[in-house]
Design a protein around this ligand. Sequence first.
Ligand SMILES: Nc1ncnc2c1ncn2[C@@H]1O[C@H](COP(=O)(O)OP(=O)(O)O)[C@@H](O)[C@H]1O
Ligand SMILES: [Mg+2]
Length: 226
Amino acid sequence: MSDAVLELAGVSKVFGAGADRLEIFAGVDLRVEAARKVVITGESGCGKSTLLNIIGGLEAASGGSVRAGPYQIDSLDERGLTAYRRGYLGLVFQFHHLLKDFTALENVMLPAFIAGVPMREATERARSLLADVNLEHRASHYPSQMSGGERQRAAVARALVNDPALVLADEPTGNLDPANAATVRELLFSVVSARRRALVLVTHDREMALAGDERYRFEGMRLVRQ
Ligand SMILES: Nc1ncnc2c1ncn2[C@@H]1O[C@H](COP(=O)(O)OP(=O)(O)O)[C@@H](O)[C@H]1O
Ligand SMILES: [Mg+2]
């Protein structure tokens, strides 16, 4: 049972010190097996983004162990963290973070190209992923020419281009109207399922939680399995 895609044990987070000390969560345990989709909910401000940033190696935990496959995140240096993020993770945020001077196709293929994948293969991967999120017809469009939902679908495609073991999504539909949110949610879950990747998604939307294989919720400072 040591082959979990992600394993958190006793993870805690404290911001500040002295009078400014703010304990966000403590004793967080979470185990994600390959190809499982885990949804974490909780009120705004409870620490969902903080937890995802810790898993993503973007922020350090105050205590506990964070391991993702072969990576012991809490003991990696910057170089190790970069390798982890590039080689193991796909990230989707509330805001799409697409580069405005690049087309949808270029945005999706860029992480593969940066990782050393030859241009032809990177292009093929990007085209295939754009098709998976129903954006084939938008390949040569710039972000400014796309709707909010389309941009977020391009961001989903981009997150998968390096075939990550684990996809992290932070309120990926938080900025969309309900109809677009439903489309993005369905496409995200279907593309992750089709490629048998694991997903950890955080949201304050209880509806979204129903789409997960496993559900957790922040209750006070604890993460509780539902
Ligand atoms: N860098 C920081 N310094 C101090 N407090 C922070 C910092 N980042 C987040 N917080 C606080 O941590 C709590 C959790 O934030 P966050 O993880 O963004 O919540 P959520 O994503 O669930 O809305 C909030 O009270 C927030 O104000
Ligand atoms: Mg948040």
